[in-house]
Design a protein around this ligand. Structure first.
Ligand code: ADP
Ligand code: MG
Length: 312
């Protein structure tokens, strides 16, 4: 069914939940929002372009989920509690069924984290989804990239390389292992972990471009180096089954799109972090340490070039 811009916005508005701190949501020229007193606002934006950030055959519900997930992952990496988002939608055609399915995925994840969609923009063009997400973090409690100290441990949540494994299978024209495809299409932003790492982690980043590339951002911002043990990188059973060891290591070290958190913490926090992993039912692996110098070194992975780069 073909619709006009106004109908599409009405459709989105009907699906959007609200929250008490949204004084005025979708419908006026601006949203009016009331951040809690004393909290800092963490703001982030990420765009998904068809064919670049997801395969063209991706289900609309998965696109909706992922567009929000990548933004919530940024909030998680700062230790912020998600609150609001806005949505810029560029659509090749006004397709009501597509939009409803997109909303299914978007609002399923939004509900999980109590996020309200408070505004946006709807235009015609190549399929692209931009979301801006806002979260709250207590003053000076945000997890930044520049806090890593020499001697800190380097940790990573969950497993690495799954999303990149799915992409590798897709590019090769092979059947994509369902658990890997699920990680590519429906990444889980580590919101609870990020929040819990306040006061524990010295720095954090979410893994969107690949572990080596993203950890290099922490190293650069903190003025330190990092050493990683290839054997310590966590892998899912599905990844182990699908790839030989060398290919698997490369995916774990350089594959993007996992949206796990990489963070540093003093060695005195090891016990606390093991307890936290159990409480969240989310594995946390200690994969290396922060050292004097610069760059990220991984003796088992010499010669691997890190990460995905646009315009490269
Ligand atoms: P304006 O021309 O004043 O910018 P629009 O017609 O673009 O208004 O939007 C009308 C209302 O609908 C605004 O409140 C805007 O934030 C909201 N809106 C438009 N597109 C979206 C969208 N994709 N998701 C959520 N809200 C949207
Ligand atoms: Mg507008």
């Amino acid at each position: 069914m073909r619709e006009r811009e106004f109908d599409l916005i009405a459709r989105i508005r009907r699906r959007a939940a609200t929250r008490g701190d949204v004084l005025l949501g979708i419908g006026d020229d601006c949203a009016l929002l009331a951040p809690p007193p004393g909290m800092q606002l963490a703001v982030t934006m990420d765009t998904l372009n068809a064919g670049v950030h997801f395969p063209d055959d991706t289900a609309p519900a998965d696109i909706g989920w992922k567009a929000l997930a990548v933004n919530l992952s940024d909030l998680a990496a700062m230790g912020a509690d998600p609150a609001w988002c806005t949505l810029a939608l560029s659509l090749p055609q006004a397709d009501a069924a597509w939009l409803e399915a997109f909303c299914d995925g978007l609002f399923a994840l939004a509900a999980r984290h109590g996020v309200a969609l408070v505004g946006g923009d709807t235009t015609r063009g190549p399929l692209a989804v931009s979301i801006t997400a806002h979260g709250f973090v207590p003053a000076d409690a945000a997890l930044r990239r520049d806090g890593a100290r020499i001697g800190d441990d380097v940790w990573v949540s969950g497993t690495l390389g799954d999303a990149a494994g799915a992409l590798a299978q897709w590019r090769a024209g092979a059947t994509i292992a369902p658990p890997l495809r699920a990680r590519l299409d429906r990444p889980t932003p580590r919101v609870e972990l990020g929040r819990a790492l306040r006061g524990i982690a010295s720095s954090a980043i979410d893994i969107s471009d690949g572990l080596l590339a993203d950890l290099a951002h922490i190293a650069r911002a903190s003025g330190v180096g990092a050493e990683i043990e290839a054997d310590a990188l966590p892998a899912s059973d599905a990844l182990r089954e699908a790839f030989a060891i060398d290919a698997m290591r490369r995916l774990q070290a350089t594959g993007g799109d996992d949206y796990e958190l990489c963070f540093t913490a003093p060695a005195t926090q090891r016990e606390t972090l093991h307890t936290l992993a159990a409480r969240l039912d989310l594995p946390l692996a200690r994969i290396g340490r922060i050292v004097a110098g610069s760059g990220v070194h991984c003796p088992g992975l010499d010669g691997i070039t890190p990460g995905y780069q646009h315009f490269a």
